[in-house]
Design a protein. Sequence first.
Length: 415
Amino acid sequence: MIASLRAALTVLIIVCALPAMAATFEVRRAIATNLWVEWPDVSRWNDADVIANFPEWRRHLGPEDFADLKAAGYDTIRMPLEPAFFLHDDDPGRLSDVLAGMDRAIATIRGAGLKVIVDLHTIPRGTGDDYVGTTQLQTDPEAFDRYVDLVARISGDLSRWPASMVALEVINEPTLNCHDTGEQARWQTKLERLHGAARATNGDITLVLTGACWGSADGLAAVDPGPIDDANTLWSFHGYEPFYVTHQGATWGGDIVAHLRGIPWPPDAGGAAALDAAAADSAARIRAALSGHAERRTLTYLDDSVREMRAMEDSADALAPMFATAAEWADTHGIARDRIFMGEFGMIGREWGTDLDVPAQYRLNYMRAMIGLAEAHGFSWSVWSVGGAFGLMQGYAGERLDLPLYDQLIWNLTD
C-alpha cells in the first residue's frame, strides 16, 4: 500500500502544476502546546492506553485552558506532534487510531475558537528504526521516504477540517547546513518533496515551510521559494538568539549552557551588578562540574558571552539581524510580510531536576522584545510554549504556574 501511495504521489507531483489559490489560513499570534508531558518508553507505543491518550498533553490541557488562551489574545495554537510515534510501525489500525487522536486534539482547540497549525515536530533524537529523529530524516533515504508518505497521509487526513482553520507544518528544524552548498541543495530537494507530497493529497491546506540550519532565518534565506511558493504557504523561521540567554541552564543544550544561571535580559536588567553576579555564579558551577578541556572551553564561552553583553549599547542589536534577514528574503522574492511566520521563540524558565529558576521579568523582557520586532516587520509569531522548560502557563506535570506569563506577553499590544 505504501509503495502504491508513493507512486501515485510521484505522478501527481510531476504532472500537476502548483495550485493557484488565495491564502486561506491566517495567523497572527500563536502559542505552542507541549510536545509531550510524560512521554512513555518506546516499548509502550503500541499500548492501547498510550495510543488513546495521544497527544499526551490532552491529559493536562482542556477546553478551559484553550478558552483562557483565546481570551488572552492568541488566535492560533501550534500543535506539535512527534512523527516518530506515527512511524513506529506499519500497522494501519494503529496509525488510524493515532490520527484519530490528532483529530480529537484539533477538535478541542477548535472548540475554543482557535485555529490550529499541526506541527510535525521532528527532533534530533533516536537512532533506531523505531525512533526516527531529525538526523535520520536528513541522512537515511528510506527513513525520509517513509516520512514523505506520512506527510501525505496527514495532509490528506486534515482535508476534513476547514482550510481556513487548520494548517500543516511539514517538518521542524531541519539540521542540514544551509551555508554548505551541497547540504543546502539536499534540503531544497527534500523541502520540494515534502511540499509536493502534502499538496498532492490536499490542494487547499496552508503549508508551513522552513529552511535548514535548524529552521533559522539564515536557513530560510538560503531557500529558493520559486518551485514551491504557491499562495497557500507560510514561511517560517525560529529565533533563540542569544542562545546563552534563552537556553541558560538547559541540560540538553550541552555544557556551554547547562551550567549558566541568572543571565539577565536585557544586559542591564536587575541593576549593574546582576550580570557580574550571574557570571561569577555560572563560572563557579562550571568549575565544579567540569574539568580539563571541557571546563576551559565552557569558561571561554561564558567569558565571550558576558563580554558581548557588556558591549551591547542596545540589546535589540542582538535580536534584529534575524528579522532583517527574513524581511530581505521575503522582499527579494515578492513574498508578503504577513506570510513570514516566526514559528518559534522563547526563553527557558526552569529545567527538570535542576535548581534553574529564571526571573519572570527577564523572560518577559526578552519575549516582548521579540514580539515587538516581529510585529514591526509585519510577521506573525508563535511562542514556545504552554508548558515544560519554556512553559508560560503550566509546569512539567501540567500544573498551573503560580506566576503564569502567557497573558502578560500581549496585554499591551494593539490590534
